[in-house]
Design a protein around this ligand. Structure first.
Ligand code: FES
Length: 159
């Protein structure tokens, strides 16, 4: 995820480029928002404003889509996104203890980003790999069969 700050004119330029490459219909909105999240790190107010102009959609509608999906964000994320599965199969496999250890190690509650901007932490529902629960997803990397004592070394692999 990008973390640098962009000037307003750079955001306008970037969003215009993204919209030009994807399209201007309502159906193009989610792919556009995904791409903006990837490029900017999050969907800023300037980005929403520019998408609104180009797609001729109210900013309120864009904001409501941007805040609905977990993969989109209107707030800056940390450099790494940690997602912990809290559905029943992972829970039964020892998830509760792993969640406590993870919160302790990150010093974060779900939905929070660390002060050094390294981590954003979420809990999530089933990731579809229940056979290797408890499961932690860090960015796009899956960690399965996690035990509480493995947490420091797993987190230690990330810059
Ligand atoms: S319940 Fe955790 S991956 Fe399915």
């Amino acid at each position: 995820m990008a973390e640098q700050k962009f000037a307003e004119n750079e955001v306008v330029e970037l969003v215009t480029k993204i919209v030009t490459s994807i399209g201007t219909t309502r159906g193009d909105l989610i792919p556009i928002l995904q791409k903006v999240t990837n490029e900017l790190g999050y969907i800023s107010q300037e980005a929403i404003q520019q998408i609104s102009v180009l797609l001729k959609l109210p900013t309120k509608e864009i904001t409501s889509v941007a805040t609905f999906y977990r993969m989109l964000s209107t707030k800056p994320h940390g450099r790494h996104i940690v997602q912990f599965c809290e559905s029943a199969p992972c829970h039964i496999a020892g998830g509760r203890e792993v969640l406590s250890a993870l919160k302790e190690a990150l010093q974060l509650e779900p939905g929070e980003t660390s002060a050094d901007n390294k981590w954003t932490f979420y809990t999530t529902s089933c990731l579809g790999i229940c056979g290797v629960g408890p499961v932690i997803l860090i960015d796009t990397e899956i960690h399965g069969n996690v035990t509480p004592d493995q947490i420091p070394s797993i987190l230690g692999r990330y810059e």
